[in-house]
Design a protein around this ligand. Structure first.
Ligand code: PY5
Length: 305
């Protein structure tokens, strides 16, 4: 990864190399942390953070599930994000806020341990590759099920959840695929290892409901609004794996992955085997919006300067 100068740590800036924690940090052992992934894009009016407040709201909601008391307000952390971008003189970057139970006691009860809050940002290009954005990626249906709400709450963006995602990602990569798609414990499609999923059938956009084990993705929400604005019908309903094979188009959405077409799943070519027309239309609109080229959607941009 590309280093930057400063990381915001518990209210003050520290040098990148000094942003350290103890090896007996609770979250390192037990996954008791929550985080966000946010992007800032360069626009003609300067750097702009995409849906910053919505990400921060999800951050606080995730923390609530784990009884992590963040000792700052949403406003304070939104301001801290913008200051971190400014202090590092970045035009475009990925932003990673994280809150976790720190060093203190080693029992499972973390409530007496300090809560640490950190915001780091660094330049991060396309997550699934430039080629992937244009031509689509190849996915594998994972043998790992998506976490279930009775074991780990999938709506909380907690570090613990990502052990599930990492296992799925590693399996997909070891089988020569780019990304994993996880099914839930009922066999319905949930999402990618770090992305939500959409399919297109006869011009209708379909995505699994949150109850299928999908994260409440901010990009997912943005894509739904963009599609509705185009007059495209959007359905939230359970999807079977074979429905992906049979779909006209499929794509993944996420802050890191943005809008990435899927061209193949488990050896089945999806649609025309490249980026489909509705995927392209939505992707183009999304990129126009994040770059500040669409007046109507400037409401989603939070300018840094
Ligand atoms: N589902 C999962 C499991 C995710 O991790 C993510 C985001 C999404 C869906 C999409 O959510 P959103 O659109 O709000 O980003 N993943 C992180 C990201 O920053 C981490 C990826 C490495 O994209």
């Amino acid at each position: 990864m590309e280093k930057t100068e400063k990381i915001w740590m518990n209210g003050r800036f520290v040098n990148w190399d000094d942003a350290k924690i103890h090896v007996l940090t609770h979250a390192l052992h037990y996954g008791t942390g929550v985080f966000e992934g946010i992007r800032c894009y360069e626009t003609e009016e300067g750097p702009a953070v995409f849906r910053l407040r919505d990400h921060m709201k999800r951050f606080f909601n995730s923390a609530k599930v784990y009884l992590i008391k963040i000792p700052y307000s949403i406003d304070e952390l939104c301001k801290a994000v913008k200051e971190t971008i400014k202090v590092n003189k970045l035009k475009e970057c990925y932003i990673r806020p994280i809150a976790f139970f720190g060093y203190g006691e080693m029992g499972l009860n973390p409530l007496n341990n300090p809560v640490e809050v950190v915001i780091a940002c660094w330049p991060w290009g396309t997550y699934l590759g430039e080629e992937g954005l244009k031509k689509g990626v190849r996915c594998k249906i994972s043998s790992w099920s998506r976490i279930d709400t009775r074991t780990l709450p999938p709506l909380a963006k907690a570090t613990a959840n990502y052990a599930n995602s990492v296992l799925a990602k590693l399996e997909a990569l070891s089988c020569g695929y780019d990304e994993a798609i996880l099914l839930n414990q009922h066999g319905y499609v949930a999402e990618g290892s770090g992305e939500n999923i959409f399919i297109v059938n006869d011009g209708v956009l379909i995505t699994p409901p949150l109850s299928a084990g999908a994260l409440y993705g901010i990009t997912r929400d943005s894509v739904i609004e963009i599609a509705k604005d185009f007059g495209i019908k959007v359905l939230e309903k359970n999807i079977l794996r074979e429905e992906i094979f049979m779909a006209d188009e499929a794509f993944l959405t996420g802050t890191a992955a943005e809008v990435t077409p899927i061209r193949e799943v488990d050896g089945r070519v999806i649609g025309n085997g490249s980026r489909g027309p509705i995927t392209e239309k939505i992707q183009k609109k999304f990129f126009d919006i994040i770059k500040g080229k669409d007046e109507k959607y400037k409401k989603w941009l939070d300018f840094v300067l």
